[in-house]
Design a binder for this molecule. Structure first.
Ligand code: ATP
Length: 135
């Protein structure tokens, strides 16, 4: 196994969320989960709401992201996400109440609810709970 590593940077418009070396990254791409190893060909991909996994030294960090873009070039993985939180930064109660609120909206649909918005909110909450190890 080559001792080459990736450098992973995850940023949002608000802050740098994560910046560390890694052996592998798995990202929620728009066409499904995508694994990135060192020496990967350069790519740019849109990202979905989901959990991004960073594997390093036998450990796996989970980061919830809510869409954005990833660029891979020269073993550098740069993710620009709308929002991103590391598992240990996630307020589990807040995510659970966001999940319940979205589920209630979807279960009691009235003409004026925005179902697409409630579904997106539900997916963000579920991704946060998974990243926080609550699944
Ligand atoms: P909520 O309904 O709980 O406010 P939301 O989906 O409306 O969630 P977002 O618009 O996705 O919130 O995010 C707004 C900001 O709050 C972002 O900076 C995001 O990182 C942060 N955030 C949202 N939910 C959580 C959470 N459960 N734990 C930690 N940070 C969170």
């Amino acid at each position: 196994m080559a001792d080459k590593n990736l450098t992973v940077e995850i940023v949002t418009p608000e802050r740098m969320v994560f910046s560390e070396p890694a052996e592998m990254v798995v990202v929620p791409g728009v066409e499904g989960y995508l694994g990135i190893l060192p020496l990967h060909a350069p790519i740019v991909s849109g990202l979905e709401i989901g959990v991004l996994k960073v594997v390093n030294g036998g450990k796996e960090a989970k980061i919830a992201i809510s869409g954005g873009f990833m660029e891979v070039s020269n073993d550098r993985v740069v993710v620009i996400a709308d929002t991103a939180e590391q598992g240990n930064e996630i307020d589990v109660l807040r995510a659970k109440s966001a999940q319940e609120r979205a589920e209630q909206r979807l279960n009691n649909r009235t003409a004026d609810i925005d179902a697409a918005r409630a579904e997106t909110s539900l997916r963000r909450a579920v991704a946060r709970l998974r990243a926080a190890g609550q699944d």
